[in-house]
Design a protein around this ligand. Structure first.
Ligand SMILES: [Zn+2]
Ligand SMILES: [Zn+2]
Length: 331
Protein backbone atom coordinates (compact mmCIF):
# COMPACT_ATOMS: atom_id res chain seq x y z
CA UNK A 1 0.00 0.00 0.00
CA UNK A 2 1.31 3.41 -0.91
CA UNK A 3 2.44 5.64 1.90
CA UNK A 4 -0.02 8.13 0.48
CA UNK A 5 -2.78 5.60 0.95
CA UNK A 6 -6.22 6.95 1.66
CA UNK A 7 -8.77 4.49 2.85
CA UNK A 8 -11.67 5.95 1.05
CA UNK A 9 -14.68 4.90 -0.88
CA UNK A 10 -16.89 7.90 -1.37
CA UNK A 11 -15.05 9.74 -4.09
CA UNK A 12 -13.87 6.61 -5.83
CA UNK A 13 -15.40 6.09 -9.19
CA UNK A 14 -16.99 3.75 -11.63
CA UNK A 15 -13.94 2.05 -13.10
CA UNK A 16 -15.65 0.75 -16.20
CA UNK A 17 -17.01 4.11 -17.22
CA UNK A 18 -13.73 5.85 -16.51
CA UNK A 19 -11.33 3.46 -18.21
CA UNK A 20 -11.32 5.33 -21.48
CA UNK A 21 -10.08 8.45 -19.69
CA UNK A 22 -7.20 6.74 -17.97
CA UNK A 23 -3.61 7.36 -18.93
CA UNK A 24 -4.68 9.79 -21.61
CA UNK A 25 -3.60 13.37 -21.81
CA UNK A 26 -6.72 15.50 -21.61
CA UNK A 27 -7.98 17.38 -24.58
CA UNK A 28 -8.46 20.98 -23.52
CA UNK A 29 -11.86 21.06 -25.20
CA UNK A 30 -13.09 18.29 -22.92
CA UNK A 31 -12.05 19.43 -19.51
CA UNK A 32 -10.44 22.80 -19.53
CA UNK A 33 -11.67 25.94 -21.06
CA UNK A 34 -9.54 27.78 -23.54
CA UNK A 35 -12.15 30.55 -23.46
CA UNK A 36 -11.60 30.98 -19.75
CA UNK A 37 -7.86 30.96 -20.25
CA UNK A 38 -8.08 33.66 -22.85
CA UNK A 39 -10.33 35.78 -20.71
CA UNK A 40 -8.07 35.43 -17.70
CA UNK A 41 -4.99 36.13 -19.71
CA UNK A 42 -3.42 32.76 -18.92
CA UNK A 43 -1.05 31.37 -21.49
CA UNK A 44 -2.32 27.82 -21.60
CA UNK A 45 -1.92 26.01 -24.87
CA UNK A 46 -2.32 22.32 -25.67
CA UNK A 47 -3.60 19.68 -23.29
CA UNK A 48 -3.01 20.23 -19.56
CA UNK A 49 0.08 18.44 -18.13
CA UNK A 50 -1.90 15.75 -16.34
CA UNK A 51 -3.27 12.25 -16.76
CA UNK A 52 -5.87 10.37 -14.78
CA UNK A 53 -4.69 6.97 -13.59
CA UNK A 54 -5.50 4.42 -10.95
CA UNK A 55 -3.97 4.00 -7.52
CA UNK A 56 -4.30 0.79 -5.53
CA UNK A 57 -5.76 2.46 -2.50
CA UNK A 58 -7.62 5.53 -3.63
CA UNK A 59 -9.08 4.56 -7.00
CA UNK A 60 -8.59 7.14 -9.69
CA UNK A 61 -6.12 9.95 -9.25
CA UNK A 62 -4.61 12.83 -11.21
CA UNK A 63 -0.87 12.76 -11.99
CA UNK A 64 1.50 15.37 -13.41
CA UNK A 65 2.91 14.39 -16.81
CA UNK A 66 5.82 16.83 -16.42
CA UNK A 67 7.37 18.97 -13.73
CA UNK A 68 5.17 21.95 -12.81
CA UNK A 69 6.43 24.99 -10.93
CA UNK A 70 4.89 26.33 -7.71
CA UNK A 71 1.95 28.64 -8.33
CA UNK A 72 1.51 27.55 -11.96
CA UNK A 73 -1.89 27.09 -13.56
CA UNK A 74 -2.43 23.37 -14.25
CA UNK A 75 -5.69 23.76 -16.12
CA UNK A 76 -9.03 25.51 -16.00
CA UNK A 77 -12.41 23.78 -15.88
CA UNK A 78 -15.94 24.81 -16.80
CA UNK A 79 -18.73 23.65 -14.51
CA UNK A 80 -21.12 20.96 -15.73
CA UNK A 81 -23.83 22.33 -13.48
CA UNK A 82 -23.61 25.43 -11.32
CA UNK A 83 -26.10 27.16 -9.07
CA UNK A 84 -25.99 30.32 -6.96
CA UNK A 85 -26.63 29.87 -3.26
CA UNK A 86 -30.04 31.04 -2.04
CA UNK A 87 -28.66 34.17 -0.39
CA UNK A 88 -26.55 35.10 -3.44
CA UNK A 89 -29.38 34.88 -5.98
CA UNK A 90 -29.67 38.68 -6.27
CA UNK A 91 -26.01 39.55 -6.06
CA UNK A 92 -24.33 37.21 -8.58
CA UNK A 93 -24.87 36.23 -12.21
CA UNK A 94 -27.49 33.50 -12.39
CA UNK A 95 -25.25 31.51 -14.77
CA UNK A 96 -21.56 32.18 -14.08
CA UNK A 97 -21.82 33.50 -10.47
CA UNK A 98 -19.83 36.65 -11.26
CA UNK A 99 -20.58 39.32 -8.67
CA UNK A 100 -22.93 41.95 -10.06
CA UNK A 101 -21.89 44.87 -7.89
CA UNK A 102 -20.87 47.68 -10.17
CA UNK A 103 -21.40 45.63 -13.33
CA UNK A 104 -24.24 46.18 -15.77
CA UNK A 105 -27.07 43.77 -15.09
CA UNK A 106 -28.99 41.92 -17.74
CA UNK A 107 -32.34 40.98 -16.26
CA UNK A 108 -34.53 38.26 -17.65
CA UNK A 109 -37.65 36.86 -16.01
CA UNK A 110 -36.73 37.79 -12.46
CA UNK A 111 -33.05 36.76 -12.53
CA UNK A 112 -29.91 38.75 -13.35
CA UNK A 113 -26.90 38.01 -15.53
CA UNK A 114 -23.51 39.67 -15.81
CA UNK A 115 -23.58 39.76 -19.62
CA UNK A 116 -25.73 39.22 -22.66
CA UNK A 117 -23.65 36.09 -23.32
CA UNK A 118 -24.59 34.53 -19.96
CA UNK A 119 -28.22 35.48 -20.52
CA UNK A 120 -28.17 33.77 -23.93
CA UNK A 121 -26.37 30.67 -22.62
CA UNK A 122 -28.89 30.30 -19.79
CA UNK A 123 -31.93 30.86 -22.00
CA UNK A 124 -32.59 27.15 -22.59
CA UNK A 125 -32.78 26.08 -18.96
CA UNK A 126 -34.39 29.35 -17.89
CA UNK A 127 -37.23 28.76 -20.41
CA UNK A 128 -37.88 25.38 -18.75
CA UNK A 129 -37.51 26.80 -15.26
CA UNK A 130 -39.93 29.64 -15.94
CA UNK A 131 -42.52 27.31 -17.42
CA UNK A 132 -42.59 25.08 -14.31
CA UNK A 133 -43.80 26.69 -11.08
CA UNK A 134 -41.36 25.24 -8.56
CA UNK A 135 -42.14 27.66 -5.71
CA UNK A 136 -43.06 24.79 -3.33
CA UNK A 137 -39.75 23.10 -4.14
CA UNK A 138 -37.91 26.40 -3.52
CA UNK A 139 -39.71 26.77 -0.17
CA UNK A 140 -38.67 23.22 0.76
CA UNK A 141 -35.02 24.08 -0.04
CA UNK A 142 -35.22 27.36 1.88
CA UNK A 143 -36.89 25.79 4.94
CA UNK A 144 -34.29 23.06 5.22
CA UNK A 145 -31.46 25.28 3.97
CA UNK A 146 -30.76 22.71 1.22
CA UNK A 147 -28.45 23.77 -1.59
CA UNK A 148 -27.93 20.57 -3.53
CA UNK A 149 -31.58 19.97 -4.54
CA UNK A 150 -31.42 23.37 -6.30
CA UNK A 151 -28.54 22.01 -8.36
CA UNK A 152 -30.56 18.91 -9.26
CA UNK A 153 -33.41 21.18 -10.33
CA UNK A 154 -31.09 23.16 -12.59
CA UNK A 155 -29.67 19.91 -13.95
CA UNK A 156 -33.26 18.80 -14.73
CA UNK A 157 -34.00 22.06 -16.54
CA UNK A 158 -30.77 21.73 -18.56
CA UNK A 159 -31.66 18.15 -19.52
CA UNK A 160 -35.23 19.03 -20.50
CA UNK A 161 -33.90 21.94 -22.58
CA UNK A 162 -31.54 19.55 -24.39
CA UNK A 163 -28.36 21.20 -23.05
CA UNK A 164 -27.16 18.02 -21.29
CA UNK A 165 -27.85 14.28 -21.47
CA UNK A 166 -29.48 12.72 -18.39
CA UNK A 167 -26.38 10.60 -17.69
CA UNK A 168 -23.97 13.56 -17.51
CA UNK A 169 -23.00 12.96 -13.88
CA UNK A 170 -23.09 9.16 -13.92
CA UNK A 171 -19.29 8.94 -14.02
CA UNK A 172 -19.04 10.53 -10.58
CA UNK A 173 -19.13 8.42 -7.46
CA UNK A 174 -22.25 8.78 -5.29
CA UNK A 175 -22.29 9.41 -1.55
CA UNK A 176 -23.79 6.77 0.73
CA UNK A 177 -27.14 8.13 1.93
CA UNK A 178 -28.82 7.33 5.24
CA UNK A 179 -32.48 6.27 5.30
CA UNK A 180 -33.29 9.55 7.08
CA UNK A 181 -31.71 11.49 4.20
CA UNK A 182 -33.53 9.40 1.63
CA UNK A 183 -36.95 10.22 3.08
CA UNK A 184 -36.16 13.97 2.98
CA UNK A 185 -34.87 13.55 -0.58
CA UNK A 186 -38.12 11.85 -1.58
CA UNK A 187 -40.12 14.83 -0.28
CA UNK A 188 -38.11 17.10 -2.56
CA UNK A 189 -38.49 14.73 -5.49
CA UNK A 190 -42.29 14.79 -5.11
CA UNK A 191 -42.38 18.59 -5.17
CA UNK A 192 -40.10 18.86 -8.20
CA UNK A 193 -41.92 16.14 -10.11
CA UNK A 194 -45.25 17.87 -9.49
CA UNK A 195 -43.86 21.18 -10.73
CA UNK A 196 -42.79 19.61 -14.04
CA UNK A 197 -45.95 17.51 -14.35
CA UNK A 198 -48.21 20.54 -13.94
CA UNK A 199 -46.21 22.39 -16.60
CA UNK A 200 -47.27 19.74 -19.12
CA UNK A 201 -43.89 18.82 -20.52
CA UNK A 202 -43.95 15.93 -22.96
CA UNK A 203 -43.73 12.57 -21.18
CA UNK A 204 -40.60 11.70 -23.15
CA UNK A 205 -38.87 14.90 -22.08
CA UNK A 206 -39.30 14.22 -18.36
CA UNK A 207 -39.13 10.40 -18.45
CA UNK A 208 -35.60 10.52 -16.97
CA UNK A 209 -36.88 12.18 -13.79
CA UNK A 210 -37.57 9.08 -11.70
CA UNK A 211 -37.14 8.94 -7.93
CA UNK A 212 -34.08 6.71 -8.47
CA UNK A 213 -32.50 9.19 -10.89
CA UNK A 214 -33.18 12.15 -8.60
CA UNK A 215 -31.69 10.34 -5.60
CA UNK A 216 -28.67 9.17 -7.61
CA UNK A 217 -27.94 12.72 -8.83
CA UNK A 218 -28.27 14.17 -5.35
CA UNK A 219 -25.92 11.48 -4.00
CA UNK A 220 -23.34 12.43 -6.64
CA UNK A 221 -23.70 16.19 -6.24
CA UNK A 222 -23.44 15.85 -2.45
CA UNK A 223 -19.81 14.78 -2.51
CA UNK A 224 -18.66 16.16 -5.83
CA UNK A 225 -19.98 19.73 -5.64
CA UNK A 226 -17.41 22.41 -4.96
CA UNK A 227 -18.33 25.37 -2.81
CA UNK A 228 -17.39 28.48 -4.77
CA UNK A 229 -15.72 31.38 -3.01
CA UNK A 230 -14.65 34.07 -5.44
CA UNK A 231 -11.33 35.66 -4.63
CA UNK A 232 -11.48 38.25 -7.40
CA UNK A 233 -8.21 39.66 -8.61
CA UNK A 234 -6.52 39.19 -11.94
CA UNK A 235 -4.04 36.80 -13.42
CA UNK A 236 -1.22 39.15 -12.55
CA UNK A 237 -1.74 38.58 -8.84
CA UNK A 238 0.26 36.09 -6.88
CA UNK A 239 -1.77 32.89 -7.08
CA UNK A 240 -0.37 31.61 -3.82
CA UNK A 241 -1.76 34.61 -1.96
CA UNK A 242 -5.04 34.17 -3.79
CA UNK A 243 -5.12 30.58 -2.56
CA UNK A 244 -4.67 31.82 0.99
CA UNK A 245 -7.39 34.44 0.44
CA UNK A 246 -9.79 31.74 -0.76
CA UNK A 247 -9.58 29.97 2.58
CA UNK A 248 -10.45 33.17 4.40
CA UNK A 249 -13.02 34.24 1.78
CA UNK A 250 -16.51 35.44 2.50
CA UNK A 251 -19.56 33.20 2.15
CA UNK A 252 -19.95 30.91 -0.83
CA UNK A 253 -21.62 32.48 -3.86
CA UNK A 254 -22.76 29.07 -5.04
CA UNK A 255 -21.83 25.48 -5.79
CA UNK A 256 -20.78 23.70 -8.95
CA UNK A 257 -19.92 20.24 -10.20
CA UNK A 258 -16.95 19.74 -12.52
CA UNK A 259 -15.60 16.62 -14.19
CA UNK A 260 -11.81 16.61 -14.05
CA UNK A 261 -11.49 18.49 -10.72
CA UNK A 262 -13.64 15.73 -9.16
CA UNK A 263 -10.89 13.22 -9.98
CA UNK A 264 -8.35 14.93 -7.70
CA UNK A 265 -7.82 13.06 -4.44
CA UNK A 266 -7.64 14.73 -1.07
CA UNK A 267 -4.58 15.57 1.01
CA UNK A 268 -4.44 17.63 4.22
CA UNK A 269 -1.11 19.04 2.98
CA UNK A 270 -1.97 19.36 -0.71
CA UNK A 271 0.35 20.20 -3.61
CA UNK A 272 -2.50 21.70 -5.65
CA UNK A 273 -5.45 23.96 -5.09
CA UNK A 274 -8.69 24.86 -6.81
CA UNK A 275 -9.76 28.45 -6.89
CA UNK A 276 -12.13 30.85 -8.56
CA UNK A 277 -11.34 34.40 -9.55
CA UNK A 278 -14.25 36.24 -11.16
CA UNK A 279 -16.75 33.47 -11.82
CA UNK A 280 -17.46 29.73 -11.64
CA UNK A 281 -14.67 28.82 -14.08
CA UNK A 282 -12.31 26.85 -11.84
CA UNK A 283 -8.54 27.16 -11.89
CA UNK A 284 -6.38 24.28 -10.71
CA UNK A 285 -2.96 25.44 -9.68
CA UNK A 286 0.07 24.05 -7.91
CA UNK A 287 0.97 25.17 -4.41
CA UNK A 288 4.55 23.95 -4.66
CA UNK A 289 6.90 22.45 -7.23
CA UNK A 290 5.56 19.15 -8.52
CA UNK A 291 7.68 16.48 -10.19
CA UNK A 292 6.77 14.51 -13.28
CA UNK A 293 4.66 11.50 -12.27
CA UNK A 294 3.69 12.94 -8.86
CA UNK A 295 0.06 12.71 -7.86
CA UNK A 296 -1.71 16.06 -7.72
CA UNK A 297 -3.96 16.45 -4.71
CA UNK A 298 -6.19 19.16 -3.37
CA UNK A 299 -7.61 19.66 0.12
CA UNK A 300 -11.38 19.15 0.26
CA UNK A 301 -11.71 21.03 3.54
CA UNK A 302 -10.11 23.90 5.42
CA UNK A 303 -6.54 22.66 5.87
CA UNK A 304 -5.98 24.94 8.87
CA UNK A 305 -8.18 22.72 11.07
CA UNK A 306 -6.66 20.31 13.57
CA UNK A 307 -6.33 16.56 13.09
CA UNK A 308 -9.54 15.51 14.90
CA UNK A 309 -11.69 18.16 13.22
CA UNK A 310 -10.34 17.21 9.78
CA UNK A 311 -10.94 13.50 10.31
CA UNK A 312 -14.50 14.11 11.51
CA UNK A 313 -15.34 16.37 8.57
CA UNK A 314 -13.79 14.05 5.99
CA UNK A 315 -15.52 11.04 7.45
CA UNK A 316 -18.94 12.68 7.75
CA UNK A 317 -18.79 14.76 4.59
CA UNK A 318 -16.87 12.49 2.24
CA UNK A 319 -17.02 9.05 3.82
CA UNK A 320 -13.32 8.28 4.24
CA UNK A 321 -10.60 8.37 6.88
CA UNK A 322 -7.59 10.37 5.73
CA UNK A 323 -4.23 8.67 6.01
CA UNK A 324 -2.11 11.32 4.29
CA UNK A 325 1.43 12.01 5.52
CA UNK A 326 0.22 14.93 7.62
CA UNK A 327 -2.44 12.80 9.28
CA UNK A 328 0.07 10.00 9.83
CA UNK A 329 2.28 12.47 11.66
CA UNK A 330 -0.65 13.39 13.92
CA UNK A 331 -0.50 17.08 12.93
ZN1 LIG B 1 -22.31 35.68 -16.03
ZN1 LIG C 1 -4.94 13.93 6.00
Amino acid sequence: MSRFALSRYSRCFSRLKTLHYLNQPFAPSLFSSSAASDRDGACQTGPPPIRVGLTESAGRAVFATRGIGAGDLIHTAKPVVVCPSLNSMDSVCYLCLKKLMGSPKFQDRGVSYCSRECQENAKGFNDVETRADSSSFADYCRTHNFKYPLMVKRLCCMIISGALPADSLDILQPAALSSEMISKIEDGYGLLWNAFRKANFKDDDVAFLTKQWYTAMLARIRINAFRIDLVGGSCGEDLLSLAAAAVEGEGAVGHAVYMLPSFYNHDCDPNAHILWLQNADARLMTLRDVEEGEELRICYIDASMGYEARQTLLSQGFGFCCNCLRCQSGD
